[in-house]
Design a protein around this ligand. Structure first.
Ligand code: ZN
Length: 177
């Protein structure tokens, strides 16, 4: 296992469309090692999610958190080749987002709050599930990375973009996690 370096905004790896992983490669050693290293990296950086291009691997693999299991512990999902669709009746949910590739900054982004996710998991099994609220935001943020999109691209009101410390102090602190 290894803690990987996280690419920062400005590096082209964060701006490319990532390639699909062949389903029969998922249980192979390369993908399995990447998943383990991404988990270790995400935990070390205290992230709520991580996408493969953030560790310089432009493939369609992301880890997304924001959910809790029955015991109330944080739950993370491995998503390979994910497809997200907005569900009928979705509203917009806004919050200050942050990103390990944009360290120290936060910005206000609004996204649909009800989505369906189809993906493969780390065992190669097909997943099809719905997410509402905060975990729906996290999964959209992570899957954006697979298309070379960063949350900063989605900030409409640039006055709601700033450094973490200042954002906590001045920019609608109640909305922060
Ligand atoms: Zn991110």
């Amino acid at each position: 296992m290894a803690i990987l370096k996280v690419a920062r905004m400005g590096h082209p790896v964060l701006r490319q469309k990532c390639t699909t992983i062949e389903p029969d490669q998922i249980t192979g050693p390369e993908v399995q090692r990447l998943i383990r290293d991404m988990f270790e990296t995400m935990v070390d950086y205290a992230g709520i999610g991580l996408a493969a291009p953030q560790v310089y691997q432009p493939v369609r693999l992301a880890i997304a958190g924001g959910e809790t299991d029955r015991q109330g512990r944080p739950k993370f999902r491995v998503l390979i080749n994910p497809e997200i669709t907005v569900r009928p009746g979705a509203g917009q949910l806004g919050m200050y987002e942050g990103c390990l590739s944009v360290p120290g900054l936060r910005g206000w982004v609004e996204r649909p709050d009800r989505v369906n996710v189809k993906a493969y998991d780390e065992t190669g099994a097909k997943l099809d599930f719905d997410l509402d609220g905060y975990p729906a935001i996290v999964v959209q943020h992570e899957c954006d990375h697979l298309d070379g999109v960063l949350y900063v691209d989605r900030i409409e009101d640039k006055t709601k973009f700033g450094f973490e410390e200042e954002a906590n102090r001045y920019l609608d602190p109640e909305e922060l996690e």
